[in-house]
Design a protein around this ligand. Sequence first.
Ligand SMILES: [Zn+2]
Length: 56
Amino acid sequence: MSNVEDKTLCALQEEGYIETNTDEFIKLIRPAQHFCKNCGRSAVSADNLCNPEKLD
Ligand SMILES: [Zn+2]
């Protein structure tokens, strides 16, 4: 695996990293409350995401 910490979330999303490494991606976006499994965006409210996943 390449060095994820040096990459932007934008680049990771383009590579499909969110689908293959969801848990690792979540670590990178903490303390976000929700993230989108389609777009990789994070948001305070799930209403702002098209495929939201709640982070506890
Ligand atoms: Zn989305």
